[in-house]
Write a protein that binds this ligand. Structure first.
Ligand code: MF3
Ligand code: CO
Ligand code: CO
Length: 275
């Protein structure tokens, strides 16, 4: 008997990128909404004195209450329902007992699996009062993600997306991290292509309707280089400069794209502007 592999739906392009059906968009919207809902709820739990471990515990509870699965617990040995990256941590910060201080900025990244579909999103938060430089960094990073998303439509290339992000960030005298990228997703967490947040127009694979992927630029106030700490996860800026990141999961449509991880409460935009 032939066993149907769970992610073997649609077809693959010559670049190995899976093309999903129009019916699959509903599954991604459901998964993206759960991730976005959890991120919406976290704004109230970020304050000076709070620990990142406690934030992750709350996220774990919300994942369980929603009756869905955390994609990160058990992923390559990772043991938490979120990555929480504070100040000069670029990504993959491990939640722990360290208390947030007034003015700390942090990215919370949550990925859930809902009926087999992956929803992956991250946003920035601030503990207490936001400093001027951090505010600028967060705004530019958010807007860079949106510049990348604006490019997305069939016929454009992944290089077009990367170029739009890089040009915007560098025009603001900040730098794009090269060591990490976005990724295809759908019935799997990380699939082709690598979605680079820098690049040249017209290069890379051509976008087609039915592609699902993340865009998740990491932007540094200083230089782009990173290093990974001895825990094998935590990536930090080499020059200790502040870093920010925003991530959406999206799907390419006939004439643009749909964002799966939009904030139901309108809080995706930097939280200091939300309420
Ligand atoms: N959510 C991250 C991403 O955007 C991946 C986290 S993997 C983990 O791709 F194991 F560190 F959680
Ligand atoms: Co991702
Ligand atoms: Co993520």
């Amino acid at each position: 008997m032939e066993k149907r592999v769970d992610d073997a739906r649609g077809r693959l392009t010559k670049d190995g990128i899976r093309i999903y059906d129009s019916a699959d968009f509903a599954g991604m919207h459901a998964a993206g909404r759960v991730a976005a809902d959890i991120l919406d709820k976290m704004a109230a739990h970020v304050f000076p004195g709070q620990t990142t471990g406690e934030i992750d515990r709350i996220i774990t509870d919300l994942v369980n209450e929603a009756g869905v699965i955390s994609a990160t617990i058990g992923y390559k040995g990772y043991q938490h329902a979120s990555c929480i990256s504070v100040n000069h941590v670029v990504c993959h910060g491990i939640p722990g007992p360290k208390q947030l201080k007034d003015g700390d900025i942090l990215n919370i990244d949550v990925t859930v699996i809902v009926d087999g579909w992956f929803g992956d999103s991250s946003r920035m938060y601030v503990a207490g009062k936001l400093g001027r430089k951090a505010e600028r960094l967060i705004q530019v990073t958010h807007d860079a993600l949106m510049k990348g998303i604006e490019v997305v439509r069939p016929g454009k290339t992944f290089g077009d997306i990367g170029h739009a992000i890089q040009a915007y960030v560098e025009a603001h005298r900040m730098s794009v991290v090269r060591d990490f990228c976005g990724h295809g997703l759908g019935r799997v967490f990380h699939a082709a292509p690598n979605v680079l947040h820098y690049g040249r127009p017209g290069t890379g694979a051509v976008l087609e309707e039915g592609m699902f992927f993340t865009i998740e630029p990491m932007v540094n106030l200083g230089r782009p280089e990173t290093k990974t700490l001895a825990d094998d996860w935590t990536a930090v800026t080499r020059d200790k400069s502040l870093s920010a990141q925003f991530e959406h999961s999206i799907g390419v449509t006939k004439d643009g794209c749909e964002i799966f991880t939009l904030s139901p409460a309108g809080r995706f935009h930097p939280t200091y502007d939300a309420d």
